[in-house]
Design a protein around this ligand. Structure first.
Ligand code: SF4
Length: 315
């Protein structure tokens, strides 16, 4: 995997004093934990579009599908100024090889979900900041999250897993890919995809099976779309349990009756939310090593991101 995994981040989350009031919203998890694995590309769209620090606060108004950005008191319409910045910035970001983006929540420029949009004095929380919307439109498969949602263990695990998956996919594309290499990639991602969506995994399999009928660029484009969309579907306890039982099936001959009973009990406790996913996985990985199970060793599902991030200790 490439040494550098770049993700875009709202500048104020990195501690830069760029907010309208001259402050920041430094996020310890991003700079402290994720900083060991990712390098950051900071973007503050409000400063980037030429506004000063400090500045008047602003908000979204009008149609939530196409809101306008206005200053709160002086009622200056900054929509065109912000949109000009967004158009230029997303072009620039195309050269950054980003694998994800973390946005500041609630901001009329950077908020990704449920940003307030005012209409006739009423606020409805269903908008998206103008810059976040531009990034989402220009990079529809890029993993994106808000910093507040990273406090939620399943959302955090899902986002970071997608970032690492996107990096692996981009490395694949950069490796003079062939249909044969795509079959290998697909095989290695089988259990990971099964944990997210058996249906997407099946569609990807059909695509790969008909790979010779498509031009390579079209094949890879379609595969990438299925891969990244499938991974946005959450790996639930039920789907993970199916995958864990499937892995256990590889050790039918090796395990004693007591070892099988112990493994089934641990998987059952995970399914009932009494144990985190890391527990049955650790036991299964022990057997993969002990019995040198070559096929399972190659499964990304067993180690989709660094263990030090402890993402599976909380899901
Ligand atoms: S939320 Fe966005 S626009 Fe506001 S200060 Fe942070 S990076 Fe800048």
């Amino acid at each position: 995997m490439s040494d550098t995994i770049k993700i875009g981040v709202s500048s104020c989350l990195l501690g830069e004093r760029v907010r309208y009031d001259g402050g920041h919203k430094h996020n310890d998890y991003i700079t402290g934990i994720l900083g060991d694995y990712f390098s950051f590309v900071p973007v503050c769209p409000e400063v980037g579009c030429g506004l000063p620090i400090p500045r008047e606060a602003m908000r979204l108004e009008g149609d939530p599908a196409a809101p306008r950005l206005l200053t709160r008191q002086s009622r200056i319409d900054l929509t065109a100024q912000m949109q000009a910045f967004c158009a230029a910035k997303v072009k620039e970001l195309e050269g950054e090889d980003l694998c994800g983006f973390i946005f500041k929540k609630d901001s009329p420029s950077s908020g990704l979900f449920r940003v307030k949009v005012y209409n006739n004095g009423m606020a409805v929380k269903n908008g998206r900041g103008l810059f976040a919307a531009a990034v989402a439109n220009n990079f529809p498969l890029l993993p994106m999250e808000e910093e507040g949602r990273l406090n939620d263990a399943p959302l955090r695990e899902n986002f970071i897993e997608r970032v690492f998956s996107y990096r692996r996919w981009k490395d694949f594309l950069a490796s003079a890919p062939t249909l044969g290499k795509l079959v290998e990639f697909h095989t290695a991602h089988k259990l990971l995809m099964m944990a997210h969506s058996p249906d997407y995994y099946r569609q990807m399999g059909v695509l790969v099976a008909h790979g010779k009928e498509l031009a390579a660029a079209e094949l890879f484009r379609r595969y990438e779309e299925l891969l990244m969309k499938g991974l946005t579907l959450h790996a639930t306890a039920a789907k993970n349990t199916n995958v864990l039982q499937h892995i256990m099936g590889y050790f039918k001959k090796e395990l004693t009756a007591e070892e099988k009973a112990e493994l089934l009990e641990v998987i059952s406790q995970y399914h009932s939310h009494l144990l985190p996913l890391i527990v049955p996985l650790t036991l299964l990985k022990h057997y993969v090593r002990k019995y040198d199970q070559t096929y399972l060793r190659g499964q990304i599902y067993l180690s989709p991101h660094p263990a030090q991030l402890m993402l599976r200790n909380h899901v």
